[in-house]
Write a protein that binds this ligand. Structure first.
Ligand SMILES: Cc1cc2nc3c(=O)[nH]c(=O)nc-3n(C[C@H](O)[C@H](O)[C@H](O)COP(=O)(O)O)c2cc1C
Length: 167
């Protein structure tokens, strides 16, 4: 226990779970296989140049793919995205499992998959990576973007549960 009462990982998880986030799917390519992973660490970083970041666990298979390919997409999920989020957060799922079960469209800037059901999309090229404990911070320059038309509620993650905004 440290002087400020911080005792263990469970305490950290309990407190950081109070920080409500959106949920996104990052996608890239590994060889000729499209790969994707659920994240809630997406953060806007800079406007000029336009940069965003996400954090990826060093043990995630996605990390090797994104470091090799250096381009990736972000699909920001709406409330209908819970099933896709659960699937791409499942550890040990077959990597070769076709992304095609989910409707995707190749991004115009990168050719990498954008999930059709999402409410916003970014296409990025890796700008920098930073070592950060058991994660790597991947910073990307935004090459292309789009928003879904109409107002669709976001998928949120709070206290380890999926939520959305009250209507
Ligand atoms: C809501 C939610 C958010 C997540 N956010 C992240 C994240 O930001 N970074 C990360 O590395 N893993 C995150 N995960 C866990 C990964 O999605 C999970 O470990 C994934 O299966 C790793 O896939 P891979 O090893 O097949 O690449 C999150 C999981 C959930 C349910």
């Amino acid at each position: 226990v440290t002087a400020d009462g911080f005792s263990d990982a469970a305490d950290y998880r309990r407190v950081i779970a109070r920080f409500a986030t959106g949920v996104s799917i990052v996608a890239t390519r590994f060889g000729d296989i499209d790969v994707a992973m659920t994240i809630n660490s997406l953060t806007s970083v800079s406007l000029h140049p336009t940069l965003v970041l996400f954090c990826v666990e060093k043990t995630a298979r996605f990390l090797d793919a994104v470091l090799a390919t250096k381009e990736w997409t972000v699909s920001i999920l709406g409330v209908e995205g819970e099933a896709v989020s659960r699937w791409f957060a499942t550890r040990g799922r077959p990597l070769e499992a076709p992304l095609e079960v989910w409707a995707t469209t190749p991004g115009p800037a990168t050719g990498l998959p954008l999930f059709d059901d999402a409410i916003g999309w970014l296409e990025c090229r890796t700008f920098a990576t930073h070592d950060a404990g058991d994660h790597t911070i991947v910073v990307g320059e935004v090459l292309g973007l789009a928003a879904a038309s109409g107002e669709r509620p976001p998928l949120l993650y709070y206290e380890s549960r999926y939520r959305t905004l009250p209507q």
